[in-house]
Each structure stands twice: as C-alpha cells, then as structure tokens.
Design a binder for this molecule. Structure first.
Ligand code: AMP
Length: 103
C-alpha cells in the first residue's frame, strides 16, 4: 500500500520511534509545530477517525499518548486528530498529534 505511515511502521525509512507497542508506534513529526511534536500512529492502516470502529484500539492509542508524553518529559500537552482534508488531514493513516513543551 502506498501509505507513508505504513512504510514508516515497516521500517522503510529507519525512523526512530519514541516508543512502540503491539498497537502503535510513536515518532517525531518531521515538521514540528511545538518543541515536542510526536505522532501516535496505529500499526493497523485506518484512513481516518471516520473509518475507525474499534473502541479498544482507540483506548490503546490514548494510553499510548499518555505513555509517550511521559517518556518525552511532557506534563502538559495538546492532542489533535485532523479528520478529513478540509480539517487539514494530509496523511490518510489515522494519527494523533501530541504537542507540548518540556518544563
Ligand atoms: P495531518 O495534517 O494531521 O495529516 O498530519 C500529518 C503530519 O505528518 C504532519 O504534521 C507532517 O509534518 C507529518 N509527516 C509527514 N510525513 C512525515 C514523515 N515522513 N515523518 C514524520 N512526520 C511526517
């Protein structure tokens, strides 16, 4: 599949993962909008939140957000999911932005 995040998950670009688990990988955004800007990405290819029907996976992703924030030293952070082109979604593989500043 021609999906950049699937390729990252497959290790095609040797992207360093902040953390990874059974459900997701976390890596730094290539174009950060905050001092710390990570993406939490499910291993399963789901185009957007609109295509996600798995409550358990959503829960696992949010727990991964929390773990990644802790690992990156963030106490405060914003999370963002862009859904659909008009909302600014550029990569059609579900991902959660995690943005913050180490204090
Ligand atoms: P969105 O606009 O919500 O679809 O977010 C896509 C994000 O993926 C953007 O913030 C991009 O900077 C980021 N991005 C695109 N390609 C890569 C890549 N190869 N490695 C890391 N982040 C990427």
């Amino acid at each position: 599949m021609d999906c950049i995040f699937c390729k990252i998950i497959n290790g095609d670009f040797n992207t360093e993962f902040v953390l990874e688990n059974e459900h997701a990988v976390v890596f730094n955004d290539i174009n950060p909008k905050a001092p710390v800007h990570m993406l939490v990405v499910p291993r399963l290819h789901v185009a957007s939140l609109n295509e996600l029907n798995d409550k358990n996976l959503l829960g696992e992703l949010m727990m991964t957000v929390k773990e990644a924030a802790k690992k990156a030293g963030l106490k405060s952070y914003k999370t963002l999911i862009n859904t659909g082109k008009e909302a600014g979604q550029e990569v059609f593989h579900l991902h959660i932005h995690v943005m913050g500043e180490k204090k």
